[in-house]
Design a protein around this ligand. Structure first.
Ligand SMILES: CC(C)(COP(=O)(O)OP(=O)(O)OC[C@H]1O[C@@H](n2cnc3c(N)ncnc32)[C@H](O)[C@@H]1OP(=O)(O)O)[C@@H](O)C(=O)NCCC(=O)NCCS
Length: 385
């Protein structure tokens, strides 16, 4: 059995970190020693096998919204193990060891986009949310009477988007409260992206990858709305933008208005590549909830990687307040960490999972209380990493 050790990246392992990046993500092309391989909001982690770096990943400092609160959430990116060291448990050790270090650093959750979901499911991640990808032929966009002014924002006005996103994150769980570096990266930095905003103050905006070419598909990077008027004003803007294009593609959360109100043949609506989350600190996450009702439940979370997450937890709550304490009581229900993470964020919800038999309640009235604590909520994270 080889000796595996997971560490935060220091100068000592920088060369090994660069070698992993080069072999896994750059087709073997060496990295420039002067290049900073970590973004300003990222931290590196390495796994050493018999003293040598065999794998690495980057954890981005992000958040995941839950109602009015945000959980500190590590966005896991660039996971890689040197090809000659794969399929020997190095990747597993890297993931588990990094989780431990992140939890110790105060991260309550982690998120990622998987190359294959089952690989990450074994570490407690689960798919959250059902974001729709809408590909609409230019001549099938619905028509709206425009009740709000729409204008293109100048880069020096991009800060006006932040309060809109902030409001959006209260409604949708899993959203990232971008820091300065993340907003700048997302909006193109020195090569600013095209942004249209509806209303003053802004009620909706879209960020677009513009193309001068005719008869192509236009891709909307982000479409955020906080009102019906805002939504319709931006969709009306899509009609103008798509005038000489084949189609326009954008994303909406599972409760987005397009599918429910404006679907037309042959518009294609598919599920977008989902984000996966993992709660790292169960009592810490539960304490962040702001329920809209009162009640109490006792739950146990099965988490072999973090026995300290298991509880059982007695959760007493009333409008906006939660008290979490460990107890010896018999739990009302039990969940594995993956489904707990889904129920926590809200999509799929605890109610849905109970209906399908993935969560059992001895006393049905406890489902009512648990549902009040963890209500269904659409999950959306617009950041890709
Ligand atoms: C993905 C990667 C990091 C895994 O590292 P690794 O050291 O090979 O992984 P481990 O040996 O610890 O774990 C492999 C085990 O995970 C499990 N596993 C792997 N893929 C799986 C899948 N698709 N479904 C279920 N389990 C899976 C299996 O149990 C496998 O064991 P096996 O070799 O007995 O089949 C590595 O293969 C890699 O660098 N791949 C290329 C880059 C990449 O795709 N990165 C992921 C970006 S999201």
């Amino acid at each position: 059995m080889s000796d595996l050790e997971v560490l935060r990246l220091t100068d000592e392992d920088r060369e090994g970190f660069a070698r992993v990046r080069s072999m896994v993500y750059r087709g073997g092309q060496p990295t420039d020693p002067a290049e900073n391989l970590l973004p300003p909001d990222g931290e590196g982690f390495v796994v050493r096998q018999d003293g040598q770096v065999a794998g690495a990943l980057t954890a981005l400092d992000m958040t995941a919204s839950k109602g009015v609160e945000h959980l500190r959430c590590a966005g896991i990116a660039a996971v890689g193990v040197l090809p000659e060291r794969r399929r020997g448990g190095v990747g597993k050790a890297l993931m588990r060891g990094t989780h431990r270090l992140l939890r110790d650093q105060g991260f309550l959750a982690a998120s990622l986009y998987a190359f294959r979901e089952p690989f990450y499911r074994q570490f407690g991640y689960e798919v959250c949310g059902r974001v729709q990808r809408i590909a609409c032929p230019a001549d099938r966009l619905p028509r709206f009477e425009r009740t709000l002014p729409v204008r293109q924002l100048r880069p020096d006005e991009f800060h006006l988007l932040r309060p809109v996103m902030e409001l959006y994150c209260v409604v949708y769980a899993g959203g990232n409260r971008r820091n300065d570096a993340q907003w700048s990266r997302f909006l193109g930095g020195d090569r600013p992206k095209t942004v249209y905003a509806a209303g003053d103050p802004i009620e909706a905006y879209c960020v677009i990858d513009m193309s001068g070419d005719f008869w192509v598909d236009l891709f909307v990077r982000e479409f955020v709305y906080t009102s019906r008027a805002g939504y319709e004003a931006i969709l009306e803007t899509f009609r103008g933008l798509a005038m000489n294009k084949n189609s326009i593609t954008w994303l909406e959360p599972s409760d987005g208005p397009f599918f429910a109100r404006h679907l037309d043949h042959p518009v294609r609506v598919e599920l977008n590549k989902p984000i996966m989350f993992r709660i790292l600190d169960v009592p810490g996450a539960l304490a962040k909830l702001h329920p809209g009702a009162s009640g109490e439940v006792v739950l146990r979370v099965v988490d072999p990687d973090f026995p300290e997450n298991e509880g059982p937890w007695r959760v007493e709550f009333e409008y906006g307040h939660v008290a979490v304490s460990q107890t010896d009581e018999e739990p009302d229900f039990e969940l594995e960490i993956g489904p707990f993470t889904q129920a926590f964020f809200g999509e799929p919800s605890l109610r849905e999972m109970a209906r399908l038999g993935f969560v059992a309640f001895d006393h049905p009235e406890k489902l009512v209380a648990a549902d009040a604590l963890l209500p269904p909520t659409p999950v959306v994270c617009w950041d890709t990493f």
